[in-house]
Design a protein. Sequence first.
Length: 333
Amino acid sequence: MSNFQEEKKLVLKYFDEMENAGYEDVKGVMEKYMTPEYNFKGVYPFREQEGIENAAEVFFIPLKKALSSMQRRQDIFIGGFNEFDHSKWVMSMGHFMGLFDQDWLGIPHTRKMISLRYAEFNCVENGKITKTGLFVDIIGFMQQAGVNPMPPQTGNYFVYPGPRNHNGLLFEDAPEEEGVKTLKLVNKMVDDLDKLNNTMGCPPEILEKSWSKNMIWYGPGGIGASYTIPRYQEQHQLPFRNRLTDKKFNGHVCRFAEGNFACFFGWPNLTNRPLGGFLGMPGGQVKADMQVVDVYCREGDKLSENWVLIDLPYWLKQQGLDILERTQQIYNA
Protein backbone atom coordinates (compact mmCIF):
# COMPACT_ATOMS: atom_id res chain seq x y z
CA MET A 1 0.00 0.00 0.00
CA SER A 2 1.36 3.42 -0.95
CA ASN A 3 1.96 5.85 1.88
CA PHE A 4 1.32 9.57 1.41
CA GLN A 5 0.88 10.43 5.08
CA GLU A 6 3.98 12.61 5.41
CA GLU A 7 3.11 14.59 2.29
CA LYS A 8 -0.53 15.01 3.28
CA LYS A 9 0.32 16.12 6.83
CA LEU A 10 2.86 18.64 5.52
CA VAL A 11 0.35 20.14 3.09
CA LEU A 12 -2.40 20.27 5.73
CA LYS A 13 -0.06 22.07 8.16
CA TYR A 14 0.81 24.54 5.41
CA PHE A 15 -2.87 25.13 4.66
CA ASP A 16 -3.61 25.71 8.34
CA GLU A 17 -0.76 28.16 8.88
CA MET A 18 -1.53 30.04 5.68
CA GLU A 19 -5.21 30.37 6.62
CA ASN A 20 -4.34 31.79 10.03
CA ALA A 21 -1.60 34.12 8.76
CA GLY A 22 -2.10 37.81 8.04
CA TYR A 23 -1.08 38.92 4.57
CA GLU A 24 2.13 40.37 6.02
CA ASP A 25 3.08 36.86 7.27
CA VAL A 26 2.45 35.02 4.00
CA LYS A 27 6.09 34.96 2.83
CA GLY A 28 7.28 33.64 6.19
CA VAL A 29 4.79 30.76 6.07
CA MET A 30 5.78 29.91 2.51
CA GLU A 31 9.49 29.97 3.37
CA LYS A 32 8.77 27.37 6.05
CA TYR A 33 7.14 24.94 3.64
CA MET A 34 8.53 25.69 0.16
CA THR A 35 12.01 25.29 -1.32
CA PRO A 36 13.86 28.44 -2.50
CA GLU A 37 13.53 27.11 -6.09
CA TYR A 38 9.74 26.93 -5.70
CA ASN A 39 7.74 27.07 -8.96
CA PHE A 40 4.16 28.38 -9.08
CA LYS A 41 1.77 27.91 -11.99
CA GLY A 42 -1.56 29.75 -11.90
CA VAL A 43 -4.30 31.12 -14.11
CA TYR A 44 -4.07 34.46 -15.92
CA PRO A 45 -3.00 37.08 -14.82
CA PHE A 46 -0.73 35.23 -12.34
CA ARG A 47 0.74 32.70 -14.77
CA GLU A 48 4.13 31.16 -13.90
CA GLN A 49 6.19 32.55 -11.03
CA GLU A 50 9.66 31.46 -9.95
CA GLY A 51 10.48 31.67 -6.24
CA ILE A 52 8.50 32.24 -3.06
CA GLU A 53 8.64 36.04 -3.14
CA ASN A 54 7.25 36.34 -6.66
CA ALA A 55 4.42 33.88 -6.00
CA ALA A 56 3.53 35.62 -2.74
CA GLU A 57 3.55 39.12 -4.21
CA VAL A 58 1.63 38.21 -7.36
CA PHE A 59 -1.02 35.82 -6.00
CA PHE A 60 -1.17 34.98 -2.30
CA ILE A 61 -0.81 38.42 -0.69
CA PRO A 62 -3.30 40.29 -2.93
CA LEU A 63 -5.87 37.51 -2.42
CA LYS A 64 -5.43 37.56 1.37
CA LYS A 65 -5.84 41.36 1.32
CA ALA A 66 -9.00 41.20 -0.78
CA LEU A 67 -10.78 38.38 1.10
CA SER A 68 -10.93 39.11 4.82
CA SER A 69 -11.06 36.12 7.20
CA MET A 70 -10.44 33.79 4.27
CA GLN A 71 -11.10 30.10 4.85
CA ARG A 72 -10.09 27.13 2.73
CA ARG A 73 -13.15 24.88 2.47
CA GLN A 74 -12.00 21.58 1.02
CA ASP A 75 -14.25 19.10 -0.76
CA ILE A 76 -11.60 16.72 -2.11
CA PHE A 77 -8.12 16.00 -0.71
CA ILE A 78 -6.02 13.21 -2.22
CA GLY A 79 -2.40 12.16 -2.69
CA GLY A 80 -0.65 10.04 -5.28
CA PHE A 81 2.24 9.31 -7.59
CA ASN A 82 2.30 11.39 -10.77
CA GLU A 83 2.01 8.73 -13.47
CA PHE A 84 4.52 10.59 -15.67
CA ASP A 85 7.54 10.80 -13.34
CA HIS A 86 6.44 9.03 -10.12
CA SER A 87 6.83 12.21 -8.04
CA LYS A 88 4.49 12.60 -5.06
CA TRP A 89 1.65 15.15 -5.29
CA VAL A 90 -1.22 16.23 -3.05
CA MET A 91 -4.35 17.76 -4.59
CA SER A 92 -6.92 19.87 -2.77
CA MET A 93 -10.16 21.09 -4.36
CA GLY A 94 -12.90 23.31 -2.97
CA HIS A 95 -13.45 27.01 -2.35
CA PHE A 96 -11.65 29.90 -0.72
CA MET A 97 -14.40 31.70 1.18
CA GLY A 98 -14.15 35.14 2.73
CA LEU A 99 -15.52 38.66 2.93
CA PHE A 100 -14.84 40.52 -0.30
CA ASP A 101 -13.55 43.68 1.39
CA GLN A 102 -11.04 45.03 -1.14
CA ASP A 103 -11.05 45.14 -4.93
CA TRP A 104 -9.26 42.20 -6.57
CA LEU A 105 -8.03 42.19 -10.18
CA GLY A 106 -10.11 45.29 -10.80
CA ILE A 107 -13.30 43.55 -9.61
CA PRO A 108 -15.18 45.93 -7.27
CA HIS A 109 -15.51 44.59 -3.73
CA THR A 110 -18.96 43.90 -2.27
CA ARG A 111 -18.23 43.61 1.49
CA LYS A 112 -20.24 40.36 1.31
CA MET A 113 -19.35 36.68 1.52
CA ILE A 114 -17.88 35.26 -1.65
CA SER A 115 -16.41 31.93 -2.74
CA LEU A 116 -13.48 31.45 -5.11
CA ARG A 117 -13.42 27.94 -6.54
CA TYR A 118 -9.97 26.39 -6.66
CA ALA A 119 -7.96 23.25 -7.37
CA GLU A 120 -4.43 23.16 -5.96
CA PHE A 121 -1.73 20.62 -6.82
CA ASN A 122 1.39 20.53 -4.62
CA CYS A 123 4.47 18.45 -5.40
CA VAL A 124 6.27 17.38 -2.21
CA GLU A 125 9.92 16.32 -2.30
CA ASN A 126 12.16 15.70 0.71
CA GLY A 127 9.71 17.30 3.13
CA LYS A 128 9.17 20.52 1.15
CA ILE A 129 6.73 21.78 -1.47
CA THR A 130 8.69 22.30 -4.68
CA LYS A 131 5.94 23.02 -7.22
CA THR A 132 2.36 24.26 -7.14
CA GLY A 133 -0.34 24.35 -9.79
CA LEU A 134 -3.16 26.52 -8.41
CA PHE A 135 -6.18 27.15 -10.60
CA VAL A 136 -9.03 29.45 -9.56
CA ASP A 137 -12.32 30.27 -11.30
CA ILE A 138 -12.11 34.02 -11.79
CA ILE A 139 -15.20 34.28 -14.01
CA GLY A 140 -17.28 32.40 -11.42
CA PHE A 141 -15.98 34.81 -8.79
CA MET A 142 -16.92 37.78 -10.97
CA GLN A 143 -20.44 36.45 -11.43
CA GLN A 144 -20.91 36.21 -7.66
CA ALA A 145 -19.71 39.82 -7.35
CA GLY A 146 -22.31 40.96 -9.90
CA VAL A 147 -19.76 41.67 -12.65
CA ASN A 148 -20.34 39.07 -15.40
CA PRO A 149 -17.96 39.63 -18.33
CA MET A 150 -19.46 36.87 -20.52
CA PRO A 151 -22.53 36.30 -22.72
CA PRO A 152 -25.27 33.99 -21.35
CA GLN A 153 -23.83 30.57 -20.56
CA THR A 154 -25.08 27.22 -21.79
CA GLY A 155 -24.99 25.59 -18.34
CA ASN A 156 -25.63 26.98 -14.87
CA TYR A 157 -22.90 28.35 -12.59
CA PHE A 158 -23.35 28.30 -8.79
CA VAL A 159 -21.23 27.52 -5.73
CA TYR A 160 -20.64 23.87 -6.56
CA PRO A 161 -20.88 21.11 -3.96
CA GLY A 162 -18.30 18.41 -3.35
CA PRO A 163 -18.92 14.70 -4.00
CA ARG A 164 -22.46 13.46 -3.55
CA ASN A 165 -21.32 10.90 -0.98
CA HIS A 166 -19.17 13.41 0.96
CA ASN A 167 -16.23 11.01 0.78
CA GLY A 168 -13.60 13.15 -0.90
CA LEU A 169 -11.36 14.07 2.04
CA LEU A 170 -8.83 11.23 2.10
CA PHE A 171 -6.77 12.27 5.10
CA GLU A 172 -6.06 8.55 5.58
CA ASP A 173 -4.61 6.76 2.55
CA ALA A 174 -7.05 4.75 0.44
CA PRO A 175 -6.33 1.16 -0.73
CA GLU A 176 -3.96 1.36 -3.68
CA GLU A 177 -6.08 -0.89 -5.90
CA GLU A 178 -9.00 1.56 -5.79
CA GLY A 179 -6.86 4.36 -7.20
CA VAL A 180 -5.59 2.01 -9.92
CA LYS A 181 -9.20 1.30 -10.97
CA THR A 182 -10.06 5.00 -11.03
CA LEU A 183 -7.02 6.05 -13.06
CA LYS A 184 -7.54 3.21 -15.53
CA LEU A 185 -11.12 4.37 -16.11
CA VAL A 186 -10.10 8.01 -16.52
CA ASN A 187 -7.34 7.11 -18.98
CA LYS A 188 -9.76 4.97 -20.99
CA MET A 189 -12.21 7.88 -21.15
CA VAL A 190 -9.46 10.30 -22.22
CA ASP A 191 -8.27 7.88 -24.92
CA ASP A 192 -11.82 7.41 -26.25
CA LEU A 193 -12.27 11.17 -26.61
CA ASP A 194 -8.78 11.76 -28.03
CA LYS A 195 -9.69 9.55 -30.98
CA LEU A 196 -12.43 12.07 -31.86
CA ASN A 197 -10.21 15.16 -31.71
CA ASN A 198 -10.21 15.67 -35.48
CA THR A 199 -13.95 15.12 -35.84
CA MET A 200 -17.00 17.12 -34.85
CA GLY A 201 -19.64 15.76 -32.51
CA CYS A 202 -19.54 12.73 -30.23
CA PRO A 203 -21.97 9.79 -30.21
CA PRO A 204 -23.50 9.44 -26.71
CA GLU A 205 -22.54 5.76 -26.63
CA ILE A 206 -18.87 6.83 -26.50
CA LEU A 207 -19.55 8.67 -23.24
CA GLU A 208 -21.69 5.83 -21.90
CA LYS A 209 -18.63 3.57 -21.89
CA SER A 210 -17.11 5.57 -19.02
CA TRP A 211 -19.78 7.88 -17.61
CA SER A 212 -22.85 7.30 -15.46
CA LYS A 213 -26.04 8.30 -17.24
CA ASN A 214 -26.62 10.73 -14.33
CA MET A 215 -23.16 12.27 -14.58
CA ILE A 216 -22.61 15.81 -13.29
CA TRP A 217 -20.14 18.10 -15.05
CA TYR A 218 -19.20 21.16 -12.98
CA GLY A 219 -17.75 23.56 -15.55
CA PRO A 220 -16.10 26.95 -15.13
CA GLY A 221 -17.93 30.24 -14.92
CA GLY A 222 -18.81 31.25 -18.48
CA ILE A 223 -19.97 27.69 -19.26
CA GLY A 224 -21.59 26.41 -16.05
CA ALA A 225 -22.63 22.96 -14.87
CA SER A 226 -24.70 20.25 -16.58
CA TYR A 227 -26.46 17.11 -15.35
CA THR A 228 -27.03 13.81 -17.27
CA ILE A 229 -25.26 12.76 -20.47
CA PRO A 230 -27.81 14.29 -22.89
CA ARG A 231 -27.83 17.66 -21.16
CA TYR A 232 -24.02 17.66 -20.80
CA GLN A 233 -23.69 17.05 -24.51
CA GLU A 234 -26.19 19.80 -25.30
CA GLN A 235 -24.82 22.37 -22.87
CA HIS A 236 -21.09 21.83 -23.14
CA GLN A 237 -19.58 18.91 -25.03
CA LEU A 238 -21.12 19.55 -28.45
CA PRO A 239 -20.63 23.37 -28.38
CA PHE A 240 -16.99 22.67 -27.41
CA ARG A 241 -16.42 19.99 -30.04
CA ASN A 242 -18.38 21.63 -32.88
CA ARG A 243 -17.39 25.27 -32.41
CA LEU A 244 -13.62 24.73 -31.91
CA THR A 245 -11.27 23.39 -34.57
CA ASP A 246 -7.56 22.63 -35.09
CA LYS A 247 -7.65 20.77 -31.80
CA LYS A 248 -4.35 19.52 -30.41
CA PHE A 249 -3.82 17.67 -27.13
CA ASN A 250 -0.53 18.76 -25.54
CA GLY A 251 -0.44 16.41 -22.55
CA HIS A 252 -0.52 16.84 -18.78
CA VAL A 253 1.96 18.02 -16.14
CA CYS A 254 0.47 15.82 -13.44
CA ARG A 255 -2.10 13.02 -13.37
CA PHE A 256 -2.86 10.67 -10.48
CA ALA A 257 -5.65 8.98 -8.55
CA GLU A 258 -6.39 7.88 -5.02
CA GLY A 259 -9.42 5.88 -3.99
CA ASN A 260 -12.45 6.90 -6.05
CA PHE A 261 -10.90 10.20 -7.16
CA ALA A 262 -8.53 11.25 -9.92
CA CYS A 263 -7.14 14.57 -11.13
CA PHE A 264 -4.90 16.16 -13.71
CA PHE A 265 -3.75 19.51 -15.08
CA GLY A 266 -1.81 20.62 -18.14
CA TRP A 267 0.37 23.57 -19.14
CA PRO A 268 -1.31 23.78 -21.59
CA ASN A 269 -3.55 20.74 -22.04
CA LEU A 270 -5.05 21.84 -25.34
CA THR A 271 -4.63 24.16 -28.28
CA ASN A 272 -7.60 25.06 -30.48
CA ARG A 273 -9.13 27.75 -32.68
CA PRO A 274 -12.70 29.09 -32.31
CA LEU A 275 -15.04 28.89 -35.29
CA GLY A 276 -17.56 31.17 -33.58
CA GLY A 277 -20.34 30.39 -31.13
CA PHE A 278 -18.34 28.84 -28.27
CA LEU A 279 -19.00 30.92 -25.11
CA GLY A 280 -21.24 33.09 -27.29
CA MET A 281 -18.10 34.64 -28.78
CA PRO A 282 -17.02 35.17 -32.41
CA GLY A 283 -14.50 33.01 -34.21
CA GLY A 284 -11.06 33.95 -35.46
CA GLN A 285 -7.75 32.81 -36.85
CA VAL A 286 -5.81 32.65 -33.55
CA LYS A 287 -4.86 29.25 -32.16
CA ALA A 288 -5.04 29.62 -28.39
CA ASP A 289 -3.82 27.44 -25.52
CA MET A 290 -6.14 26.15 -22.80
CA GLN A 291 -4.95 25.34 -19.27
CA VAL A 292 -7.43 22.88 -17.76
CA VAL A 293 -7.93 21.02 -14.48
CA ASP A 294 -10.15 17.94 -14.25
CA VAL A 295 -11.10 16.25 -10.97
CA TYR A 296 -13.13 13.04 -11.23
CA CYS A 297 -15.23 10.88 -8.93
CA ARG A 298 -15.82 7.20 -9.71
CA GLU A 299 -18.79 5.21 -8.43
CA GLY A 300 -18.50 1.51 -9.23
CA ASP A 301 -17.32 1.14 -12.83
CA LYS A 302 -18.43 4.57 -14.07
CA LEU A 303 -17.38 8.19 -13.59
CA SER A 304 -20.15 10.06 -11.77
CA GLU A 305 -18.91 13.63 -11.21
CA ASN A 306 -16.33 15.88 -12.87
CA TRP A 307 -15.16 19.27 -11.56
CA VAL A 308 -13.46 21.32 -14.27
CA LEU A 309 -11.53 24.58 -14.23
CA ILE A 310 -10.47 26.17 -17.53
CA ASP A 311 -8.38 29.32 -17.67
CA LEU A 312 -10.86 31.03 -19.98
CA PRO A 313 -9.52 34.55 -19.26
CA TYR A 314 -6.13 33.45 -20.64
CA TRP A 315 -7.69 31.68 -23.64
CA LEU A 316 -9.61 34.87 -24.48
CA LYS A 317 -6.62 37.13 -23.91
CA GLN A 318 -4.60 35.22 -26.52
CA GLN A 319 -7.35 36.19 -28.97
CA GLY A 320 -7.26 39.90 -28.07
CA LEU A 321 -9.92 40.15 -25.33
CA ASP A 322 -8.64 40.83 -21.80
CA ILE A 323 -11.80 40.55 -19.70
CA LEU A 324 -9.99 41.69 -16.54
CA GLU A 325 -8.56 44.80 -18.18
CA ARG A 326 -11.94 45.60 -19.72
CA THR A 327 -13.72 45.15 -16.37
CA GLN A 328 -11.24 47.43 -14.63
CA GLN A 329 -11.62 50.12 -17.29
CA ILE A 330 -15.41 50.04 -17.04
CA TYR A 331 -15.82 49.85 -13.25
CA ASN A 332 -12.79 51.86 -12.21
CA ALA A 333 -12.67 54.51 -14.94
